[in-house]
Design a protein around this ligand. Structure first.
Ligand SMILES: Nc1ncnc2c1ncn2[C@@H]1O[C@H](COP(=O)(O)OP(=O)(O)OP(=O)(O)O)[C@@H](O)[C@H]1O
Ligand SMILES: [Mg+2]
Length: 259
């Protein structure tokens, strides 16, 4: 597709990626991978270990540079060569696998810092929040289900609660596109269930891409699914469509006992 065509096609899309190649030296981690997502969609990215899922998220948040190909966000913002801070400011929020919360601060303080990321920690905590900021913080705390824990030290939260807090911290920046890498890893069943509900709630606020290995979770919450294999697109569609795809059965789902 020519660049004008990509742009026209992307009007409805929040993200449009075409033939992305990422090389680490001689190794090709993404091999002409194409991907698109509509606004307010929740899209799951699945595939065997080493398929390139995390690398793709790294590309989208500016952590890894594209070797070749095109990634366009929000109709006309070309992600190629853009620094992480600028991409974050443009509206792509990334939650990493390991929580990066401030363990010695409270839940509320963590969210407050996330809201005013451009200031220094101590000046943030000294400065009073405006009424509007306070409302925004309280609303997000409610969404992530941590209102009761607001004065608790974040380091004392359960694993699941830490994950939700970090999702809340990313959401304080009001991203248009939220990227989550294996959000339920290490969670109890109850925490998984709560995370699923949280994703459905967050979908009202932004578009979400979730990398996940747990097929029960994917089946339950996915609208569309993209399957990656060896850095390339293997299949894309509804969960049912990809589950019935022979190539997907062969390289991925078969090995997981999911078919
Ligand atoms: N910085 C890097 N340098 C060299 N190779 C890398 C680098 N980052 C990733 N790779 C390689 O790229 C391939 C894709 O890795 P990636 O982490 O994207 O896979 P993944 O689909 O997220 O796998 P998993 O399900 O295990 O998390 C792997 O073979 C990995 O070893
Ligand atoms: Mg990964």
């Amino acid at each position: 597709m020519q660049s004008e065509q990509i742009q026209a096609h992307s009007q409805k899309k929040i993200l449009n990626c075409k033939d992305i190649i990422v090389k680490f030296g001689e190794f090709t981690a993404l091999n002409k991978f194409s991907f698109h997502i509509d606004r307010k969609e929740i899209h799951f990215l699945i595939g065997p270990n080493g398929a390139g899922k995390t690398t793709f998220l790294d590309v989208l948040c500016g952590l890894t540079k594209i070797t070749k190909g095109k990634a366009v966000f929000d109709n006309d913002y070309d992600l190629n060569g853009k620094p992480e801070f600028e991409i974050a400011r443009m509206g792509i929020g990334r939650k990493f696998q390991a929580p990066t919360i401030f363990p010695y601060l409270t839940v509320q303080e963590n969210l407050e810092i996330a809201m005013k990321q451009n200031k220094k920690v101590f000046s943030i905590l000294k400065a009073k929040m405006t009424k509007k900021e306070k409302e925004k913080l309280d609303k997000q705390m409610e969404t992530i289900g941590l209102t009761k824990q607001k004065t608790l030290i974040a380091g004392n939260l359960s694993h699941g609660q830490k994950q939700w807090l970090e999702i809340g911290m990313v959401m304080m920046q009001e991203p248009e596109l939220l990227l989550l890498d294996e959000p339920i890893a290490g969670m109890t069943e109850e925490e998984e269930e709560k995370t699923g509900k949280l994703l459905q709630e967050l979908k009202k606020q932004c578009t979400i891409i979730v990398v996940e290995h747990d097929m029960d979770f994917v089946s339950k919450y996915a609208e569309r699914v993209t399957v990656m294999h060896e850095g390339a697109l293997l299949s894309e569609g509804s969960m049912e469509e990809v589950q019935n795809n022979d190539k997907v059965k062969e390289v991925y789902l078969g090995s997981k006992g999911a078919v």
